[in-house]
Design a protein around this ligand. Structure first.
Ligand SMILES: [Fe+2]
Length: 282
């Protein structure tokens, strides 16, 4: 495959596009890169199929979107200290249950800008990924609910009860990391403004969001339940069935995602996070 004119085919009405005309095994011309970066902001999730990439080519592809971030709590490939391996592997040191809607590392003061998954070994069926358009989730709220949320802050922490399962399975190193996150929770606004598009997006996370500040227990429980139900509406989603050689790169500043846990078959993905540039601002 060679780099030809780039085309974007939306995979749902909400977000996500299959991209053709790109081969990351060779260098991208400047006009292609510009089209890709514009397409990323527009579609939020870009998927490139039939990519045969070495580790270096995978990293080069991701660097078109930003710098690579290192997450010390996720196991890496034996021959590479940057590329994470997600799946059944002895290198797995921390396994948050990513079958909950989440924003990657939202418990960090500066969450990642985006992330990339490269499918290496995929089940015949199952193990899809769902992404959620956080702009659409915000825009679908009533004016009254938007007003209520505008000045609210959420507390994000790696020890949320839904993240605990992975932490318990992860052993001593995981415990040390989880304790560090416990001591340093992050506060983020419930709605933030994307630094490049200027659009507002809901910043709600079912996996790492502990609570909404200034609400009492029952209020917090009720509002969080509503928000978690809201972000799971299919109208805000796209869903992708993986095939080996598919590469997805998403904007973590305006999406959530989750794995669909409907298979026990082998599912090996290589992952690279993209370094965040700023804390979410409303
Ligand atoms: Fe994730």
């Amino acid at each position: 495959m060679v780099n030809t004119s780039i085309e974007f085919a939306p995979i749902s009405g909400a977000l996500g596009a299959l991209v053709t005309g790109v081969d990351f095994a060779s260098e991208l011309p400047a006009e292609s890169l510009k089209a890709l970066q514009e397409g990323w902001l527009k579609y939020q999730v870009l998927i490139f199929e039939r990519q045969e990439l070495t580790n270096q080519q995978f990293k080069s592809a991701v660097r078109y979107f930003g710098e690579i971030e290192i997450h010390s709590f996720i196991g890496k490939l034996e021959d590479d200290d940057e590329i994470e391996i997600i799946g059944v592997t002895k290198n797995l040191e921390w396994a948050p249950p990513t079958n909950f809607y989440h924003i990657d590392v939202s418990m960090q003061e500066i969450p990642t800008k985006g992330a990339a998954l490269y499918a290496v070994d995929t089940p015949k069926a199952g193990g899809d990924t769902i992404w959620v358009n956080a702009y659409a989730a915000w825009e679908a709220l009533s004016d009254s609910m938007q007003q209520f949320l505008l000045d609210k802050k959420g507390l994000f922490i790696g020890l949320h009860r839904k993240a605990l399962d992975g932490i318990i399975r992860g052993g001593q190193k995981t415990h040390e990391i989880a304790t560090a996150f416990l001591q340093n929770p992050s506060e983020h606004p419930k709605v933030h403004t994307h630094p490049e598009t200027g659009r507002k997006a809901l910043f709600v996370d079912e996996l790492f969001m502990w609570s909404i500040k200034d609400l009492n227990f029952d209020e917090n429980d009720a509002i969080c339940s509503f928000l978690f139900k809201h972000i799971s509406k299919p109208e805000f989603q796209c869903r992708y069935k993986w095939r080996a050689g598919s590469l997805a790169i998403w904007d973590n500043r305006c999406t959530l995602h989750r794995r669909v846990d409907d298979t026990n078959s082998r599912r090996i993905m290589h992952r690279l996070p993209i370094r965040g540039e700023a804390s979410p601002e409303s």
